[in-house]
Design a protein around this ligand. Structure first.
Ligand code: FRU
Length: 427
């Protein structure tokens, strides 16, 4: 199915997992509760694509089978080794299941371990015999938390070893834990990193090098803005796994609906990121949540850019006179000007871009519905991708991004804008 925002065929989705270009195809796994549009005992859904746009949904890849993951296969990541696909992920078991809904636990209390499973072709996973616990629940409370330690992101270091970074917490302060392995089976704890005043638990960390800079992405919980995905430039020393984290953070997305991003490299070697887009209510097919457009991460003059993937951008070549289906809106906003996309307002005010979805959020006035970027360095070139229940717009080619879930958009675009549809959209 052609989609710019991948959605689950059924039920609930959250984080993207195991994102990898493997044997000529992109594999995107994701946190999935397939039985209802709400969070519950986690499985890994699975979709593949050769172009990041035409997605084929496959059977569920991972589901609970072992004591260590009996209550959920939480987030994790993928790497290729000797031709096979290897996944590392967090397995959880609840301390006390909720008697009224055993898909959840009481008081957010569970035990977390890190597991490994591999596949010879990226399609078949032996959930019964293929799983091994590689990092048992943490017992040293000065290192990490037995409950809140999760989301291994794996990479191969310059020294040929494998590394994972995990999100954790100690004394109510979020932190990262680094482990190292020569063979993916035996893992040693090496070091931790943290920064004060930035949430009590750090979920879904991701570390990579791009344009000569070390980039860290993570999703801190309980900041003054709630649970939000942030990124920052860091200094990382591979041998000691010491990471210096400063105090300047950018949001990955100033629409604040985006969470738990995960990166990989695309077939051209670009660093690309996808993320979970949170939604307040299900869509027409009764599924809830979707994924962002894959974004290319670049660093320029100390700023982290997230640009729309060029292969997706390149599809929107046909000019249109009215909006239909999935479309793209291009506009250049001068101070005081605004663009109205079906009731969703984008305006330039005091050098910032403001987005206002108050008119297209159905009955969710309780949510925060007005968002803003920091002050822009210059122009305000807008490129908005509109897909029924999601508007994802890039300011100045990815200097900032705002993405928002929307409902009941009208089919009018008002403002000085150009509309494009995909090159093969039917007339
Ligand atoms: C982030 C997260 C992860 C966890 C997963 C569980 O959204 O809470 O930390 O692995 O979702 O679904």
């Amino acid at each position: 199915m052609k989609e710019i925002h991948l959605k689950a065929p059924r039920g609930w989705i959250n984080d993207p997992n195991g994102f990898i270009y493997y044997n000529g195809e992109y594999h995107l796994f994701y946190q999935n509760f397939p039985y209802a549009p709400r969070w519950g005992r986690m499985h890994w859904g699975h979709a593949v694509s050769s172009d990041l746009m035409n997605w084929k949904h496959l059977d569920i890849a991972l589901f609970p089978t072992k004591t260590d993951d009996r209550d959920g296969c939480f987030s994790g990541s993928a790497i290729e080794k000797d031709g096979a696909m290897h996944l590392v992920y967090t397995g959880v078991r609840y301390d006390v299941p909720d008697p009224e809904n055993t898909n959840c636990c009481l008081d957010d209390k569970f035990t977390a371990a890190q597991l490994h499973i591999s596949s010879e072709d990226g399609f078949s996973f032996d959930n019964f015999r293929g799983k091994t616990t590689v990092i048992p629940p943490i017992t040293d409370t000065e290192i990490g938390d037995k409950n809140h330690t999760r989301d291994p992101k794996i990479w191969r270091g310059g020294d040929g070893n494998y590394y994972v970074v995990l999100g954790s917490t100690v004394n109510n302060q979020g932190r990262l834990l680094f482990y190292k392995s020569a063979d993916l089976a035996h893992w040693d704890y090496v070091n931790y990193a943290t920064a004060e005043g930035y949430g009590w638990m750090w979920e879904c960390p991701d570390y990579f090098r791009v344009d000569g800079s070390d980039v860290l992405i993570f999703s801190p919980m309980g900041t003054k803005d709630g649970n939000q995905a942030v990124c920052t430039l860091v200094d990382f020393d591979e041998q000691s796994c010491s990471m210096k984290i400063g105090s300047e953070f950018q949001f990955l997305d100033y629409g604040l609906d985006l969470y738990a991003p995960q990166s990989t490299t695309d077939k051209e070697g670009r660093r690309i990121v996808v993320a979970w887009l949170r939604m307040p209510e299900p869509m027409d097919n009764n599924s809830i949540g979707m994924f962002s457009i894959p974004r290319v991460c670049e660093v320029k003059d100390g700023h982290i850019f997230f640009r729309p993937h060029p292969d997706i951008r390149a599809k929107f070549t046909r000019k249109a006179t009215s909006p239909s289906g999935i479309y793209m809106v291009k506009a250049s906003l001068a101070e005081g000007e605004q663009l109205d996309i079906g009731g969703y307002i984008i305006r330039r005010e005091q050098g910032r871009i403001i987005a206002d979805r108050t008119a297209v959020i159905r009955n969710h006035e309780e949510l925060r519905n007005i968002f803003e970027t920091p002050v822009l360095s210059g122009n305000a070139e807008i490129e908005a991708y509109v897909d029924g229940n999601m508007i994802e717009f890039f300011v100045n080619g990815g200097e900032y991004v705002i993405t928002n879930a929307v409902y009941d958009l009208s089919d009018k675009v008002i403002g000085n804008a150009e509309l494009y549809v995909m090159d093969d959209t039917e007339e």
